[in-house]
Ligand binder design. Structure first.
Ligand SMILES: Cc1ncc(COP(=O)(O)O)c(C=O)c1O
Length: 519
């Protein structure tokens, strides 16, 4: 017996750590050697290694196994050596250090409890959010676009953001206001910013408001969440457009609201209501430019909607996310500006005008809702960064906001025209473009519905990634189409992407198995 036991032990001493959990993402901004270093370190910290199972694979084996260069592996391993996670035994290889750095640091702390084996109890609230993403899929943000992928919907040209101006203004406000910008601050938002935004919205969106009605928020989603929580009780009904911005569904689900999808026609959201449908307490709309179809709500539909809201004691949530980018005809006034009954909650965001990472947006609240909104914001997270708010106020009052909008409108108009021309030339056999009057996206309807799975696969494979229109549909059964973004790419990049897509589709017509091997 003892002899038999010694054999597996010997084998274990030689066994090499497999590092099967390592996942390297070539599209991530984090360098590969950093990813490798971090993931090996985390695995080592798990402390699963005994004397017999602590040998690392050779750098050559690790490089071959992961399809990366040896120098990438060496960089990661030398950092782990330097930090004390590894030790070398001349002639034998590299091993996990006997005492890992974390073990030193936590040596006198009591051991944590055994991990719970049962699956964690998750609330119904989490399950109710319609979001299938898991793990590092959340690292790609709302658009799901990794760097290097093109023609993704809803991405603005952030490389045109005037970083130097922003930095200068930021330094100026910090020098002027100093520690005052470091304290907890107003739950309503920076007073200078509210004044600047009220003036801008009255002048350029024909809104009717006072600075006291403005509440600064962390973007459109927070505006929706605060509004829904303020005017709806759980399980009360909210109408949303179908198809709809995917984050709207997620936010309203989080608020516990009953979502009633409403069709969209050529005038905007369809108002007709069957007697079986609950009366909505809030109606979410994108009148300037419906997301994702691009329809601008007609004047008649706007007045019908306001009358409906008044008659049913409902609020309208006007998501004016990219109204600044209108390319055809005169600017249209906001719905809020033609509302005489305090029924419209207007919300805007700097995500498309400036950049999404600022996480700044604004609500014009009907007067009777202001305090409720601020109360929720205070309970939620107090306020957005006072430093960025004060910088934005300066950015607006010194004229940079308007000049940036004008400059971007020109750039986007050029990109849009270029995209439409190239698209029709290169891909006109496959798609019909539905060109909207405004916005940064264009819907392309398939000429042959049966092409949908093939095009869906090919766009994924070649990294030209419009969204399938069906992704935004709740009950709507629309013909197959894709939503293309054009705003964030130069004409050269647009042409290169469209040529790539057109040639992949042509190759597929010649050989239907084209591209399949790469999946
Ligand atoms: C309809 C709509 N609303 C709002 C936003 C932006 O929201 P946020 O301010 O949360 O970035 C987007 C972004 O694509 C959108 O499509």
């Amino acid at each position: 017996m003892p002899k038999r036991k010694s054999r597996p032990q010997k084998r274990r001493r030689r066994s090499i750590i497999a590092f099967e959990m390592i996942r390297l993402d070539r599209t991530a901004t984090e360098p590969l050697h950093e990813q490798l270093y971090r993931q090996i370190r985390d695995e080592l910290k798990s402390g699963k290694f005994s004397e017999g199972s602590s040998r690392l694979p050779s750098s050559r084996a690790l490089a071959t196994d992961r399809g990366i260069s040896r120098s990438t592996v060496r960089l990661a391993l030398s950092k782990l050596h330097a930090e004390g996670y590894l030790r070398s035994k001349p002639g034998s290889g590299t091993f996990v250090a006997n005492l890992l750095p974390e073990t030193f640091l936590t040596a006198d702390q009591p051991k944590t409890n055994e991990p719970i084996q049962r699956p964690a109890r998750i609330s119904d609230r989490v399950r109710a959010i319609p979001d299938k993403r898991v793990g590092n899929q959340f690292d790609l943000g709302a658009t799901g676009a990794s760097p290097g992928v093109s023609l993704v919907a809803s991405i603005p040209a952030v490389d045109e953001f005037p970083i130097a101006v922003w930095e200068r203004l930021r330094a100026q406000v910090l020098a002027k206001k100093g520690v005052n910008l470091l304290r907890y601050s107003s739950n309503r938002g920076d007073m200078d910013l509210r004044k600047a935004l009220a003036a801008y919205l009255c002048d350029f969106r024909a809104a009717r408001c006072q600075p006291d009605q403005i509440v600064i928020v962390a973007g459109m989603q927070q505006a929706m969440l605060i509004s829904a929580m303020a005017v709806l009780n759980p399980r009360e009904a909210a109408w949303i457009e179908d198809p709809c911005y995917q984050q709207t569904r997620r936010v309203l689900s989080l608020a516990g609201v009953k979502i009633v999808p409403k069709a969209v026609d050529t005038h905007g959201i369809v108002i007709a209501r069957s007697t079986k449908e609950p009366v909505p307490r809030m109606i979410y709309v994108t009148p300037s430019h419906q997301f994702p179809l691009g329809v601008t709500m007609s004047f008649q539909r706007r007045t019908d909607l306001l009358n409906f809201a008044r008659a049913h004691n409902a609020f309208i949530f006007e998501d004016d996310y990219d109204a600044e980018f209108r390319f055809v005809g005169p600017p249209l006034p906001s719905l809020q500006g033609i509302d005489n009954a305090g029924r419209v909650i207007y919300a805007g965001t700097v995500s498309k005008i400036l950049c999404p990472s600022l996480r700044l947006g604004y609500i014009i609240a009907p007067e009777q809702l202001v305090d409720s909104f601020v109360k929720i914001r205070s309970a939620m997270d107090q306020h957005s960064s006072p430093i960025e708010q004060a910088t934005l106020a300066r950015f607006i009052t010194e004229g940079f906001f308007l000049s940036h909008i004008r400059r971007m409108r020109k750039i986007y108009a050029e990109r849009r025209d270029f995209f439409i021309k190239q698209f029709n030339e290169l891909l006109g056999d496959y798609f019909t473009l539905q060109v909207p009057e405004a916005g940064l996206n264009i819907v392309a309807w398939l000429k042959h519905e049966e092409d949908f799975p093939m095009i869906n696969r090919i766009t994924f494979d070649i990294g030209v990634r419009p969204s399938a229109l069906s992704f935004f549909c709740i009950q709507a059964k629309l013909k197959p189409a894709f939503v293309f973004g054009f705003a964030a790419w130069t004409p050269t990049q647009i042409r290169e992407s469209l040529v790539r897509l057109a040639s992949a589709l042509r190759n597929h017509s010649k050989d239907p198995n084209y591209g399949r091997q790469s999946r």
